[in-house]
Design a protein around this ligand. Structure first.
Ligand code: HEC
Ligand code: HEC
Length: 246
């Protein structure tokens, strides 16, 4: 399954990053002149990918059961449940697949994800992606440390800038299934970085090794500062980030 998605992304990204942001609809944009020299690759992708891009309208009904914890519009009110509003479809679908296979272990989400087909995962992903995440608040005392790490990393300690993958505004990168962090509950972010630091992974592929490798280099103080910074990220960079990023 992940191989299939990877192929689809490669095709999509070659056309446009903006198209990628809308999910994986774009394989249809590749005209794939039948039986041309390029056909083997294209045909393989098509044959392996009967999956349709997520349908937000179909996803709404399927997401009703999720609302009890994650909020009907994906803005959970309890910080132990991550916000899903505005999260990208690819990331949501990938995580649901990982819960279902227990690559990412969580007893509650194992139960929830087991009931979903791969198509359902994309549909609920598209539904939550269409919602707007509500900004949280950052702790003033920690924000400067968090911001510096987020934007610059710390080369001396081998910590990359979070911004490189999660975006200057924390919106993530849908084409690469890098999650949105902006507005996410600090408690959840802190807990997640901590379990990675302590050796948990969400699978064995390369994608799943990225964050544990980074988190091992973070101290508790770094984690606390980053967590509160990303929760407040909407407000913190509103308007200023694009200019600052140049
Ligand atoms: C009973 C509460 C509960 C319900 C209902 C529930 N979830 Fe979750 N969900 C959780 C918890 C707790 C976590 C955090 C797991 C962890 O810490 O790894 C989570 C995590 C997730 C994540 C990962 C988010 C991230 O940022 O990595 C996704 C995606 C998700 N849930 C989707 C769903 C969907 C879709 C449904 C409905 C089909 C659903 N959940 C229903 C409790 C719930
Ligand atoms: C090279 C790209 C890359 C960099 C740099 C990076 N991340 Fe990530 N991040 C990822 C990927 C990929 C995932 C999803 C992990 C998975 O699916 O197993 C992720 C997931 C996360 C999550 C979980 C989000 C959720 O909703 O559960 C947090 C929190 C996070 N990253 C924080 C950070 C912080 C803080 C930094 C900087 C210290 C950082 N990341 C740097 C790629 C990156």
């Amino acid at each position: 399954m992940s191989f299939r998605r990877t192929v689809a992304f490669a095709v999509t990204l070659a056309f446009s990053a903006a198209a990628a942001a809308q999910g994986a609809a774009q394989p249809t944009a590749a005209p794939a002149p039948a039986a041309s020299a390029a056909a083997p690759a294209a045909a393989a992708a098509v044959a392996a990918a009967p999956l349709k891009p997520g349908d937000a309208a179909a996803g709404q009904g399927k997401a009703a059961v999720c609302g009890a914890c994650h909020g009907m519009d994906g803005n959970s009110s309890d910080a132990q449940y991550p916000k899903l509003a505005g999260q990208n479809e690819q990331y949501i679908a990938r995580q649901l697949g990982s819960f279902k296979s227990s690559a990412r272990m969580n007893p509650i989400m194992l139960g929830m994800a087991s009931a979903l087909s791969e198509q359902d995962m994309h549909d609920v992903g598209a539904y939550f992606a269409s919602k707007q995440s509500l900004p949280g608040v950052a702790d003033d005392k920690l924000v400067k440390t968090g911001e510096t790490l987020y934007r610059q990393g710390d080369a001396a300690r081998g910590i990359p800038a979070c911004m490189a993958c999660h975006g200057p505004d924390g919106r993530g990168n849908p084409g690469a299934a890098y999650p949105q962090l902006a507005g996410q509950w600090a408690d959840y972010v802190q807990r997640t970085l901590k379990v990675w630091h302590d050796g948990t992974t969400w699978g064995s592929d390369d994608h799943a090794q990225i964050m544990p490798t980074i988190a091992k280099r973070l101290t508790d103080a770094d984690i606390a500062a980053l967590a509160t910074y990303v929760e407040g990220l909407h407000a913190a960079v509103d308007g200023a980030a694009p200019a600052a990023a140049r």
